[in-house]
Write a protein that binds this ligand. Structure first.
Ligand code: A2P
Ligand code: MG
Ligand code: MG
Ligand code: MG
Length: 393
């Protein structure tokens, strides 16, 4: 395969983050935080190349997903219930991320823990869909223009999807990918994310969240995105270096921070849009005990972590129904985006999230995220609510 890089991926230097007038909502945060960059050596020394590669991969994959979503929403009702457009985007996104990461980091050994595998695509009746995915990947790379390549074959695409079969674990480096997080939101035309993170010795060291439908301005208290809102956010974070957001369409990055709200009465919380993904009765009991007044903001995917990282809300409550096991690709990128922005994430017992155990997160009951000041109050409300719910069963 002949691939030649034509354009050097634009790296992000922290010096530029305060210069954007268009992100007015975030400028005050940006000014407050502007002294931190000089304090951390790892800020500019570590994972620079990996972060640039991850941003490039997630941005190009987001373009593929946007194209498929636009076509999906234009199609008639009958074809909307057809799962194939989603499948095409899931696989296409995973193939693209895998191809771009391997191209950009060609000298390194490559391990990827990703949601999809090629099993179903290798079946006889999947020939047509595989060809559609292959064309979509080739067209997306070609219109991006950063690479000069011979078109990928269907076999190449299957192999790139299957490079995501790693199990992760506590040793070495592993990329972690959810090629479309929030599939239900994607189909509805709502929020979804391309979520990519890097684990080093079991710890998340960088993460990128591409959220093609998330407004650039705050969504605090906004039930539905207005049609003229400017959308498309790319959040990224490196360990010890803070969290930044830029426009997916291209803009200078702006440093973001979680809210500093201390009074739960002024806090609002995010939860899943899908009722089947979370125990809403438990979330509302917790909110009531805390004294939260605002109704929940319900959106799909790890876009919740991105929105929280820039202070659009104060709390994320996630309590899947019994028996559901959380996967690392559903949280790794969001976790570092929110923690580098000053947030704290734990399970319902207050244990930190452990990404070193393989594909699954080993959790007690659920995931809670907020700022450092609210966490002790939130943990107490969570534990009281769980005890109360259990005792009434
Ligand atoms: N029954 C379930 N309970 C909780 N989460 C689920 C369930 N089924 C799928 N998910 C995953 O939850 C995430 C979306 O959660 P949210 O409700 O926050 O939007 C996605 O990662 C989705 O996977 P997928 O990546 O396939 O969309
Ligand atoms: Mg997911
Ligand atoms: Mg997914
Ligand atoms: Mg899925």
């Amino acid at each position: 395969m002949l691939i030649r890089r034509l354009v050097t991926v634009r790296s992000v230097e922290h010096s530029s983050y305060c210069s954007v007038a268009s992100f007015s909502t975030y400028l005050s945060v940006c000014r407050r935080r502007s002294s931190c960059c000089s304090s951390s050596v790892s800020c500019t020394m570590s994972y620079h190349k990996e972060l640039a590669a991850a941003k490039k991969a997630a941005s190009v994959a987001a373009r593929l997903c946007q194209k498929v979503q636009t076509e999906l929403l234009k199609s008639d009702v009958q074809s909307k219930s057809d799962k194939s457009p989603v499948t095409v985007a899931d696989y296409g996104s995973q193939a693209l991320v895998s191809i771009i990461l391997q191209k950009e980091l060609s000298s390194e050994s490559f391990s990827l823990v990703a949601e999809e595998d090629s099993g179903d695509l290798r079946k006889d009746d999947a020939k047509e869909i595989l060809e559609r995915i292959t064309k979509l990947v080739n067209d997306t790379l070609s219109s991006d223009g950063s690479y000069d390549f011979s078109p990928f074959s269907t076999e190449n695409i299957l192999a790139s999807i299957d490079s995501g079969k790693s199990d992760g674990g506590p040793h070495g480096r592993h990329w972690v990918l959810d090629p479309i997080d929030g599939t239900k939101g994607f189909v509805r035309g709502d929020q979804y994310a391309i979520a990519l993170a890097l684990l080093e010795e079991g710890k998340v060291v960088l993460g990128v969240l591409a959220c093609p439908n998330l407004p650039l301005e705050s969504i605090a208290g906004v039930a539905k995105t207005s049609s003229d809102a400017r959308v498309g956010c790319l959040f990224f974070a490196k360990v010890g270096s803070g969290t930044y957001m830029e426009s997916l369409g291209g803009s200078d990055p702006v440093k973001v921070h979680v809210t500093e709200v201390e009074n739960p009465e002024e806090a609002s919380f995010f939860e899943s849009f899908e009722a089947a993904h979370s125990q809403r009765d438990l979330s509302s009991l917790i909110a009531e005990k805390l004294g939260v007044k605002a109704p929940p903001v319900r959106i799909d995917s790890q876009a919740k972590y991105g929105a929280l990282s820039r202070g659009d809300g104060a709390i994320y409550l996630r309590f899947p129904h019994k028996g559901y096991r959380e996967k690392i690709w559903d949280h790794a990128a969001g976790y570092i985006v929110v923690t580098e922005a000053g947030g704290v994430a734990s399970d319902a017992s207050g244990n930190p999230l452990d990404f070193s155990k393989g594909k699954y997160l080993d959790l007690d009951t659920g995931i809670i995220v907020t700022n450092g000041k609210l966490m002790p109050l939130l943990l107490k409300a969570v534990q009281d609510s769980i005890n109360e719910k259990t005792s009434t069963l």
